[in-house]
Design a protein around this ligand. Structure first.
Ligand code: UDX
Length: 459
């Protein structure tokens, strides 16, 4: 029996929600499972597989596809998010069933399905095939806990209280909650996605979260009382966790932004800590007003900067601005981790998406928080007040962070004693983060535990 178990490699099917911010962490997690000796197949939608491009991806992960019902265009081809999610549920269930049959027939059968919490219907399909199931939570545990409270009806919505007290979390103001709760009713489709993440959680075998224990110990301890939770993050390519790009250049997947540009040459001759890096992630859209304020905030501060403005956002840059730049580089997409890992980078102006947050924190880069919506609002609260690695850009009555505020924040981080403290804190977090994924660290141990438990259950 012993011999049989050793000779069989458990096979996991990993199913991310098809956006950059969800595929990235699940791909990195897949690589960790591979390292621990599992076989891994990553499932993309047909539409995302048409556009994605691997970057230095040198791995034995296998790839398969299922359909979200919008094989040309994915979410952008759907009437709205509600239609997309419902169509994905129906078509995804059918095509995932076909995929599982195909893999079984070709002697490539699956032991465990690890699905993005945004796709709770996967549990029903996996159970039909009597597979083990792990749900993957892409967001921070502080955010998961808040959304879980909303799902359970333990938060009165719309929020009437100004102060929100929840187990394992610091006292929060209502405005610190994810925007779909604080501004309840504004985006019902997204509210449903975020709360439905927990609709099948009682039926899964493991709950895996892209965070590390030391970052959010109290809330993780509380959630562990109700879920079989393992923190397994940060899901950042291991080669970047030490500010040295090592030989292993196995990096990732770039899905919707094929023209990724390397900024390394440009950064190479800039002094240490002198460059402001600015990015608002893969999906958030800024108003024209906000884009203009960022443009002039960056220009007026007189520092070097790299500003990622996606193709779809480019028309919002003020006319003539790009042509007059002496110290700035505007790119449509870059390899963000390479940028963080470069010593010329001094701070990061961010929308506080969870991946960007974990990446900057894990590479010791202090931040200027300019959250836009969803979990970013709560992430910003924690980055600034709990982990103390950022200052926050203050919005005016319209919610626009004006150029003066952006300039002030950059100066504060780059030139003041407080900025130094934030930098030192960021370095501290970088070390803790690295330790958590190093052999024997909290996340590494949890991954090993998951693998061992899966092996044992297969007996
Ligand atoms: C979204 C939500 O905003 C985020 O809050 C949620 O937790 C996940 O889904 P996104 O807006 O894309 O994600 O932000 P983020 O989570 O930061 O992910 C962006 C990813 O794109 C990061 O992994 C980042 O490294 C990568 N990126 C970004 C690049 O590789 N190049 C770029 O130029 C910009």
């Amino acid at each position: 029996m012993e011999k049989e178990i050793k000779n069989q490699i458990p096979h996991c099917l990993i199913i991310p929600y098809p956006t950059q911010g969800h595929i990235n962490p699940m791909l990195q997690f897949s690589k960790r499972l591979l390292q621990k000796g599992l076989k891994v197949t990553l499932v993309n939608t047909i539409s995302s597989s048409k556009t994605f491009k691997t970057i230095n991806l040198n791995t034995s992960i296998e790839f398969e596809t299922i359909s979200d019902g919008f094989d040309d265009g994915g979410l952008t081809a759907a009437k709205n998010i509600e239609t997309y999610i419902e169509t994905f549920r129906r078509t995804g269930s059918q095509t995932l069933t076909q995929l599982l049959h195909k893999l079984t027939k070709s002697n490539n059968s699956i032991d465990c399905v690890i699905h993005d919490a945004f796709l709770p219907w996967v549990v029903d399909v996996a159970k039909e095939f009597e597979l083990y199931v792990a749900v993957f939570l892409t967001q921070a545990c502080c955010v998961n806990s808040i959304n879980f409270h909303a799902f359970k009806g333990w938060l009165d919505l719309p929020l009437l209280e100004k102060e929100i007290v929840l187990p394992g979390l610091p006292k929060l103001e209502a405005a610190d909650l994810p925007s779909f709760l604080y501004k309840y009713g504004t985006h019902p489709g997204y509210f449903d996605i975020l709360t439905n993440q927990f609709s099948m959680i009682d039926q899964v075998d493991w709950v895996l979260a892209n965070t590390f224990y030391e970052l959010e110990p109290e809330v993780v301890d509380w959630l562990k009382k109700i879920w079989s939770l393992k923190t397994i993050g940060p899901c950042v390519p291991s080669m970047f966790l030490d500010r040295r790009i090592q030989d292993d250049n196995d990096y990732g997947i770039n899905i919707f932004n094929p023209n990724s540009e390397s900024c390394i040459k440009w950064l190479d001759d800039k002094p240490k800590g002198s460059v402001v890096y600015v990015s608002f992630g893969s999906r958030s859209s800024l108003s024209e007003d906000q884009t203009e304020e960022i443009a002039y905030g960056l220009k007026n501060c007189g520092r070097f900067f790299i500003w990622v403005v996606r193709e779809s956002e480019k028309s919002k840059i003020p006319k003539g601005f790009s042509e007059t730049l002496e110290k700035g580089l505007i790119v449509t997409w870059c390899q963000q981790l390479e940028v963080f890992a470069h010593e010329a980078v001094g701070c990061f102006v961010t929308h506080c998406g969870w991946n960007s947050t974990l990446e900057a924190l894990s590479l010791g880069v202090p931040m200027i928080a300019m959250p836009i919506w969803t979990d970013q609002i709560t992430n910003a609260k924690f980055i600034v007040d709990v982990w103390k690695i950022a200052v926050k850009g203050v919005g005016d009555e319209k919610g626009v962070v004006r150029r003066e505020s952006i300039e002030d924040c950059i100066r504060e981080i780059m030139e003041t004693e407080k900025g130094n403290e934030l930098k030192n804190n960021a370095i501290k977090w970088k070390n803790v983060s690295k330790k958590s994924v190093d052999e024997g660290g909290s996340s590494d141990k949890n991954i090993v535990e998951f693998v061992n438990e899966l092996m044992l259950r297969r007996k």
